[in-house]
Design a protein around this ligand. Structure first.
Ligand code: ADP
Length: 558
């Protein structure tokens, strides 16, 4: 703006200067022309007077810059101080000569072939009828200007310099109050500002206020949005059409397992995640199609849902939601595995029952063998019932269902009962059963407690060696009851120690004692249901120890 004001002032100054010069030159030109004419007239009169007195000799002593011509009564040129009079044509037809001969004086301005210039002529008639004429060049405006060009240039340069200085100072002083305006607080300006700016400043103040309010609203919305997205466990990513991340939450970075923090509008989504599935999803969404994909990495599973974003009918980017579905997938795979196992486990006894029944039906069995075959059916049906019962127990525990109300149970007493149940089997294998410790209370559903302890003791007997021992210790460690079942059996290999708690897992199927493979699963889920924990120590060939740790009685249901 300063420059524009400066240029405007300078232009005006220049225009004024030129106008003044033109005017001056015009006025001077007029003045010089009338002066030249008057001087010439005077000269003509003086010379006429001289010629009247001295005749032709008068011209001998005449020293003059103007052209002087003496013309006879018939128009013949008698004398000319610039040209040979004899060679000159008759001048009777010249306007100023004619006028002087008639009126005594004559003036004319015309182009002179002799002089090659516009010339002013002044003629005076003498008493004898001859005419004396003085002539002088009439200078054009340009000639005048050219003559004065040097001083004019000096004046113009000085004037321009002055004008530039003034324009610079003036433009700065005009702009200064405007520059000093506090645009953030236009209402707060005090003192030196233009009244003409008041409506503008008022408008600015109102707009500032509106902008401030809108910014505040935007900030609040942004905070709300961040609070929502940051508290989401799902990852959230907004991409522009060129795959650059516009917005994201920290869950997205966590789920993509990247330590790179994207710069909004700059970092490409492919820098954050290089998985092929992720890339495909983004590409499909940016091609305008919604896409869902699973991305597997080690034992983690992510579901990516990518949707295109349309704006005014045009595709402008994509929104991605990333879900951690590892647990869901694991549950799903466990469920599939369990269903397959159940079908398989049910099929074995059913096939045996069906086959045996078919043999009996055919009547090919000798009467004395019928009891044996019926016994087979009975045994397999028993296995079937045991299996179905275990499945029911497990599914009840899975659903959080119970087999009765919670009570405080003395574990020492309960273990005594359980040992009585396994004693016949233990005696068959000449095992020594020992109960150590003393009364210790635990909170729980008695039936579940008994089931857990029974399964542990039953396994300790079943996987023992002939003549071995099973020792159960019940103690109250102050921090809750602890129950230890220790056997001198085959032991469990290190790699199987975690897996024995899985459904249908058996260490060595060929040496299985024919159990359902669900016993330790019931122990694990039952203990979890009661708030207890179960741990296992084992040494191959020496035996295994299962430890159940119960929470203090008062906390059990918390
Ligand atoms: P099962 O009905 O086969 O006993 P469990 O779930 O009770 O099923 O046990 C799973 C597997 O763990 C068993 O098949 C067995 O191989 C192993 N196991 C369990 N308890 C013991 C133990 N006390 N000593 C050695 N192996 C054991």
């Amino acid at each position: 703006m300063t420059k524009r004001i400066f240029r405007a002032i300078l232009t005006v100054a220049l225009a004024a200067l030129l106008a003044a010069l033109t005017l001056i030159v015009g006025v001077l030109h007029g003045y010089f022309e009338s002066r030249t004419e008057a001087d010439l007239n005077q000269q003509a009169v003086t010379i006429a007077r001289g010629v009247s007195l001295g005749g032709m000799e008068y011209f001998d002593g005449l020293r003059i810059s103007s052209r002087v011509t003496w013309v006879g009564r018939d128009g013949t040129v008698l004398y000319d101080n610039w040209q040979d009079a004899v060679t000159m044509e008759n001048h009777s037809s010249r306007e100023e000569i004619k006028e002087a001969m008639t009126l005594g004086k004559g003036t004319a301005v015309r182009w002179s072939d002799t002089l090659g210039q516009t010339t002013i002529y002044c003629a005076v008639r003498l008493d004898d009828g001859t005419v004396v004429r003085a002539a002088s060049t009439r200078y054009s405006v340009w000639a005048l200007v050219l003559q004065a060009v040097q001083p004019i240039l000096v004046v113009v340069a000085a004037a321009m310099l002055l004008a530039a200085l003034l324009a610079s100072r003036l433009s700065k002083s005009i702009v200064r109050p405007i520059n000093e305006l506090d645009l953030n607080n236009p209402g707060g300006v005090s003192g030196d500002f233009y009244d003409e700016l008041t409506p503008l400043l008022t408008r600015l103040r109102v707009q500032n206020h509106e902008i401030h309010q809108q910014m505040e609203q935007l900030r609040r919305r942004q905070e709300e949005f961040s609070a929502i997205t940051e508290n989401m466990s799902e990852g959230f990513l907004v991409l522009d059409i060129r795959t650059r991340v516009l917005s994201n939450n920290s869950a997205a970075l966590r789920l993509m397992e990247t330590s790179c923090v994207p710069v909004p509008g700059e970092t490409s989504a492919f820098v954050l995640c290089r998985e092929e599935g992720f890339r495909r999803c983004v590409e499909e969404a940016l091609a305008g199609r919604r896409r869902e994909r699973m991305v597997y990495r080690e034992n983690l599973c992510r579901q990516i849902i990518a949707s295109p974003v349309m704006q005014d009918g045009h595709l402008s980017g994509a929104v991605l939601v990333i879900l951690d579905v590892t647990e869901r997938e694991q549950r799903e795979s466990l469920r599939r595995e369990f269903t397959a196992n159940v079908s398989h486990e049910l099929k074995t006894p059913l096939t045996a029952i069906s086959g045996t029944a078919e043999i009996l039906e055919n009547g090919t069995v000798k009467p004395e063998d019928v009891a044996h075959f019926a016994g087979n059916i009975h045994r397999e049906a028993g296995r079937l019932i045991e299996l179905v019962n275990d499945i029911i127990k497990l599914s009840r525990l899975d659903e959080g269902g119970t087999d009765g109300p919670w009570e405080q149970v003395d574990l020492y007493h309960l273990v005594g009962n359980v040992l009585d149940q396994v004693r016949p089997a233990a005696e068959k294998r000449k095992l020594k059963l020992t109960l150590k410790g003393g009364p210790a209370m635990a909170s729980g559903v008695p039936q579940i407690l008994e089931e857990i302890i029974y399964n542990l003791c039953d396994n300790a007997v079943a996987y023992n060696r002939e003549g071995g021992s099973v020792t159960v210790t019940v103690e109250d460690a102050g921090e809750g009851a602890r129950l230890t079942v220790e056997d001198t059996g085959v032991g469990i290999p290190a790699e199987a120690r975690d897996r024995v708690f899985e459904r249908f897992y058996r260490v060595d199927k060929s040496h299985s004692r024919g159990g359902t493979g669900l016993g330790l699963s019931i122990v694990k889920h039952g203990a979890a249901y009661l708030g207890a924990s179960v741990s296992l120590r084992s040494e191959m060939g020496k035996g295994s120890t299962f430890v159940l740790t119960f929470p203090p009685v008062r906390d059990a249901r918390d």
